[in-house]
Write a protein that binds this ligand. Structure first.
Ligand SMILES: NC(=O)c1ccc[n+]([C@@H]2O[C@H](COP(=O)([O-])OP(=O)(O)OC[C@H]3O[C@@H](n4cnc5c(N)ncnc54)[C@H](OP(=O)(O)O)[C@@H]3O)[C@@H](O)[C@H]2O)c1
Length: 316
């Protein structure tokens, strides 16, 4: 890699990726919606859902990292499908057309394990059938299929990260930390569920391997840190990180079911989703477990972090 184009450069993962690329003396050209300073050499201003990138954006570019997207849930259900489709599918199509016309060698796409579905009953891998139910997951799968259908014309690598953790205020983990810090979350029951995650620095290493290794062309890779965590384990780890002893008791499951049903009822009455409802309870209690054996075996991916170590250093 000599010169790369990074969409979503201003985002949580994008910033880390650009910084790492610069450390490797790669020239970074960032696609941004508004001019801001960051770890890149040049910036191209473009809203990918509205405009096509100018051909000059690809001058000398051999690799594209495509991260621009809507990563976190939108609260209004009616809005979801169209918004996700525009950013994840239409924008990807525009980018793909321009990258192929410019003769870009490789495109690394940040999809998500949600392209496979939202909850799992067994450990899923890249051969597992995809049945996404959320508009986010459906749009990611559509973008993956679009890209892979052109893999004779451009080398495409699809990465499916599990939830990415790191120092950010966005997403469910930082929200959980903020609420537990303020004593706003009672000790959660142990559902013995399994959730997979990956540290942002490891995610960046996976992206570099995907960009550089010939064997990665036209492949799909799940990325995680090799562990699985139950909701209660995460709760306890946050307590320990905050210097508190995790409580020995936990909220009865039946009470959470009652609270979720109350949330559903209020939503029906008021016409808007409540913070806690059956969907939120499902997310808290279900498993979403994936194997990242393929990227370890084929690309030599070797994650350095786990959630416990990260929380310990973050909250210390
Ligand atoms: N974070 C996770 O846990 C996670 C897990 C699995 C997959 N992923 C995927 O990884 C990618 C990066 O995630 P992230 O957490 O870094 O997301 P993020 O912090 O929300 O950043 C999203 C980026 O996309 C850009 N963007 C959004 N709409 C755009 C548009 N119309 N045109 C141009 N740029 C646009 C944003 O630009 P602005 O700064 O202008 O808003 C921002 O740079 C996403 O595709 C996400 O789906 C993330």
């Amino acid at each position: 890699m000599k010169r790369v184009l990074v969409t979503g450069a201003s985002g949580f993962i994008g910033m880390h990726l650009c910084r790492r690329l610069q450390q490797q003396n790669v020239e970074v050209r960032a696609v941004l919606r508004r001019a801001i300073n960051g770890p890149w050499h040049q910036a191209v201003l473009c809203d990918l859902t509205e405009q096509a990138l100018p051909a000059t954006a690809f001058d000398g570019v051999d690799t594209v990292f495509h991260l621009a997207g809507k990563a976190h849930a939108i609260r209004e259900p009616g809005e979801d499908s169209e918004v996700y489709y525009r950013i994840n599918v239409i924008a990807t199509q525009h980018l793909l057309d321009a990258a192929m016309a410019a003769g870009v060698k490789r495109l690394v796409y940040f999809s998500s394990v949600k392209a496979m579905g939202d909850a799992t009953t067994s450990v899923q891998d890249e051969h597992s059938p995809c049945a996404p139910t959320s508009p986010y997951g459906q749009s990611k799968l559509a973008a993956e299929r679009l890209l892979l259908s052109h893999s004779r014309a451009i080398e495409v690598v699809i990465l499916r990260p599990c939830m990415v953790y790191g120092e950010t205020q966005k997403g469910n983990l930082p929200l959980m930390i903020r609420l537990i810090r303020k004593h706003l979350v009672p000790p959660l029951p142990d559902y013995a569920n399994h959730r997979c995650m990956v540290h942002v620095d490891d995610m960046v290493e996976a992206a570099l391997l995907a960009a550089e290794q010939p064997a990665a062309a036209a492949q799909v890779y799940i990325v995680n840190d090799g562990n699985s965590y139950s909701t209660r384990q995460i709760y306890d780890a946050i307590c320990r990180g905050l210097g508190r002893q995790p409580p020995a008791w936990s909220l009865p499951k039946a009470l959470l079911v009652l609270a979720a049903k109350t949330g559903d009822g209020l939503a029906a009455l008021l016409g808007r989703r409540m913070r806690f409802d059956s969907q939120a309870l499902q997310r808290l209690s279900c498993s979403a477990q994936y194997s990242a054996a393929k990227i370890r075996q084929e690309l030599g991916f070797c994650p350095r972090y786990d959630l416990y170590r990260f929380l310990h250093t973050l909250l210390r």
